[in-house]
Write a new protein. Structure first.
Length: 304
């Protein structure tokens, strides 16, 4: 019977051990605080600096904004649940969390792809860079990334919403509401929807992977015509982006490019791309970027 008797879900969280939960509370509170302040520092630095007005920093500021939003969808609830006995979330709240997770995650995937395209044009066509990646084009690419993320999240959420959750089992074996843990609880055959979710995620992941591979292949090919100094500088400017792409895409591909099964490692891997990677991004993009460090010093000197 296609009925929905579930009004709330119980999240298992990361651990049931109270002592471990208290340690995790302090750890993830530190992580989330670092995410907020680290990414806000990047945004404020870029928006207030006259030196950081190139497209790469425009995209970086929005990547930081998406990272804050992405972690905020799940991290506050995770931190709260580590200290309480009843880890419940309403049905509406669960669907909102599902939508927000996929919206921010998919937007970040598209944004990383756009940033790879930006680096490709900057290195392969430096004389045409300002015309090809103009402010208008930057805004359009950002809007397209957000629209793509919205459509993907809407599809994933509607696929779950059409399923009946008749109970009595309403325990989600995760620390946030995601597609695979919810499909396990549905009172219907989820084989078709499971395949649809995998295909949807697969098309996006593989499509973006192809674009990334083509972009970096074009960069490597173009380096043959560069001077020895340019050959060293080009990979250096792309290394931060390659690091972030690897850290983000690897766990996402493992989680979503498979049928609706849950593994013990899923929660730990999800922590990696929802919390760890957004926390590391400010360090990855600033520690080796002299322009960012100089702009941060100037911002600090003005505030002090």
């Amino acid at each position: 019977e296609n009925t929905n008797n579930v009004t709330e879900f119980i999240l298992h969280g990361l651990t049931q051990d109270r002592a471990v939960a208290k340690v995790c509370f302090l750890l993830f509170l530190l992580f989330y605080t670092t995410i907020i302040f680290g990414n806000l520092l990047i945004i404020v630095t870029i928006w207030t600096s006259d030196l950081l007005n190139s497209p790469v920093y425009f995209f970086l500021s929005y990547l930081s904004f998406v990272d804050i939003s992405y972690s905020t969808v799940s991290a506050p609830k995770l931190i709260h649940d580590l200290l309480v006995e009843e880890r419940t979330i309403s049905f509406v709240g669960c669907m909102a969390q599902l939508f927000g997770t996929h919206f921010c995650g998919c937007t970040e995937i598209f944004l990383l792809m756009v940033m790879a395209y930006d680096r490709c044009v900057a290195i392969c066509k430096p004389l045409h860079y300002t015309s090809v990646v103009s402010p208008r084009i930057c805004s359009c690419l950002m809007a397209a990334s957000g629209l793509g993320g919205f459509v993907h999240a809407l599809v994933q959420t509607l696929l779950v919403l059409q399923l009946p959750f008749c109970g009595p089992n309403n325990e989600v074996d995760h620390y946030f509401c995601d597609v695979h843990p919810l499909l396990v609880l549905a009172c219907a055959d989820t084989c078709t929807i499971s395949v649809s979710v995998a295909v949807s995620s697969g098309v996006i992941s593989m499509g973006c992977s192809v674009v990334l591979a083509v972009s970096y292949t074009a960069i490597l090919v173009s380096l043959r015509t560069h001077s020895p100094k340019g050959r060293l500088k080009a990979p250096y400017t792309c290394s931060s982006h390659i690091t972030v792409v690897t850290l983000f895409f690897g766990p996402c591909i493992f989680i979503y490019l498979r049928p609706a099964t849950t593994f013990l490692a899923d929660k730990l891997i999800s922590v990696f791309y929802t919390i760890i990677t957004p926390m590391l991004n400010p360090f990855i993009y600033t520690l080796r970027n002299q322009e960012m460090k100089n702009s941060m010093k100037k911002l600090w000197s003005r505030t002090v």
